[in-house]
Write a protein that binds this ligand. Structure first.
Ligand code: PLP
Length: 480
């Protein structure tokens, strides 16, 4: 493709992109295709000769688009948001065009220096303490991996890296039973063993109970284990639980345990001074992560990972083969030593463009509006006798269930709610996710797409009520 051809196709695609942004509400939110349907449209073998871009783009529209779930639909209320914005997309176009591998300072000084600077902007915008230094990771899972590795090396005086885990005592890790599965996955990945992950019970607001944490730590020490890391959640996935950082931090300090804070979704809410109560005790954290790629208008991937002691992270991860040595060593940052992959995209650019384009206050207005909308939805749900809020609202996340009066508590209600969710998502006007709260089926309603407004939430709630009240509960239960 010549630069002239590229120019023509790029203009066509940009027109399509702008049209998509304008018309995304016309699509069903969740893809309505059956498994295998999209694969059936794709040839089994690759083309031997190149094909014209016009034809490829036609196939994208006819064959690929039906299999897309529209995360940038303003009635996307499933999971957590993974929102995006026009400035972020523009930045990605530049990043892809430059195609730079930003693993060393030398391999693109601008990428390294902007990353350092923009993460410090973000630290200031969110009210995080000055002693934290940031790096962009591919995901919150990746940041938790780095945190657990650093904790493991600190607990073994950097001997696990040298000699492996065989010579080490049992290293134990602690989280609440609400924690995202990424912690368990990483405990397995780094070889600590799932058995050595302790899931601590929570209180009535789903927050980790510090007295149980400390009792477990003491029991483990007595049994010859080495408590290595606590992963606290601020905004856990299910109901958005917030663990008490100060009480947990004091325990970690007493027992010299590494404290990582997983705020993948909720961290963006720290843009708002009224939400910073969650940060009480953050000075105890050795590291924390939150994802601008969830709620801060910056498209995936962009996880902001902050560490108190960058040297510990670098000492854990650095390797230095000959071809990676550089003249500037020691004087500058080589971010390849701060994360697992060697190669790195220029991800700071999109954060820089988003923050400059909206300004800190522009971002605050959007995030605050999502939380206000959720508060309003909470009142609507509470006002309906046949619906029930099953966990306290957390920021812009609500868990509720349908509870028609002719169905008794127990499996019947779980079944009704499962069918309700299926019908809602098949309907296509909105998209929600299932949950289990205290063992009972619940439905999560999570607000956070960039363009979600009052009318979208109101329409969403109308869809839920309409489909729920058209359910034939007796027929559903009889069919089981
Ligand atoms: C989404 C989420 C994660 C995982 O995030 P990735 O960036 O996809 O790895 C981890 N923890 C919490 C609390 C989350 O909400």
């Amino acid at each position: 493709m010549t630069p002239e051809d590229f120019r023509r196709h790029a203009h066509e695609l940009v027109d399509w992109m702008a049209d998509y942004m304008e018309t995304v509400e016309q699509y069903p939110v969740r893809a309505q295709t059956a498994p295998g349907e999209i694969a059936a449209t794709l040839p089994d073998a690759p083309p031997a000769e190149g094909e014209p871009m016009d034809r490829i783009f036609e196939d994208f529209k006819t064959d690929v688009m039906p299999g897309i779930t529209h995360w940038q639909h303003p009635r996307f209320f499933a999971y957590f948001p993974a929102n995006s914005s026009p400035p972020s997309v523009l930045a990605e176009m530049l990043t892809a065009t430059l195609g730079a591998q930003c693993m060393l300072w030398q391999t693109s000084p601008a990428a390294t220096e902007m990353e350092t600077k923009v993460l410090d902007w973000l630290r200031q915008m969110t009210g995080l303490p000055a002693g934290l230094t940031g790096v962009i990771q591919d995901s919150a899972s990746g940041a938790i991996l780095c945190a657990l590795l650093t904790a493991r090396e600190k607990a073994t005086e950097w001997q696990a890296n040298e000699k492996g885990l065989g010579a080490q005592p049992k290293l134990t890790v602690y989280t609440s039973n609400q924690t995202h599965s990424a912690t368990e996955k990483n405990v397995k990945i780094i070889g600590l063993g799932r058995e050595n992950l302790r899931a601590i019970d929570v209180d009535e607001s789903f927050a980790l109970r510090p007295e149980l944490l400390e009792a477990q730590i003491e029991a483990d020490i007595a049994a010859g284990c080495v408590p290595t890391c606590v992963v606290a959640s601020v905004g856990a996935t299910g109901v958005g639980a917030v663990d008490p950082l100060r009480a947990i931090g004091e325990i970690c300090e007493r027992h010299d345990i590494f404290l990582h804070v997983d705020a993948a979704w909720a961290g963006t809410a720290w843009l708002l001074p009224e939400q910073r109560w969650m940060l009480d005790g953050i000075e105890y954290a050795d590291s924390l992560v939150f994802n601008p790629h969830k709620w801060m208008l910056t498209n995936f991937d962009c996880s902001a990972h902050y560490v108190r002691d960058p040297n510990a992270l670098v000492r854990t991860l650095s390797i230095l083969p000959e071809f990676l040595k550089s003249r500037e060593q020691g004087k500058i940052i080589d971010y390849r030593d701060w994360s697992v992959p060697l190669g790195r995209r220029f991800r700071a650019l999109k954060l820089w463009m988003v923050i400059r384009s909206y300004g800190a206050d522009g971002l605050r207005r959007i995030v605050r509006s999502h939380i206000d909308l959720a508060a309003e939805l909470e009142r609507w749900i509470a006002a309906e006798p046949d619906f029930e809020i099953v966990a306290p609202r957390s920021l812009a996340l609500i868990n509720f269930r349908y509870r028609p009066k002719d169905v008794r508590e127990g499996e019947g209600l779980d079944r009704i709610n499962a069918v309700l969710l299926e019908r809602i998502n098949d309907d296509g006007r909105i998209y929600l996710t299932q949950n289990k709260v205290r063992g009972q089926a619940a439905i999560r309603f999570s607000i956070g797409q960039t363009n979600t407004e009052h009318r979208h939430v109101a329409e969403g709630w109308d869809v839920v009520k309409e489909i729920a009240r058209n359910l034939d509960s007796a027929a559903i239960l009889a069919a089981d």
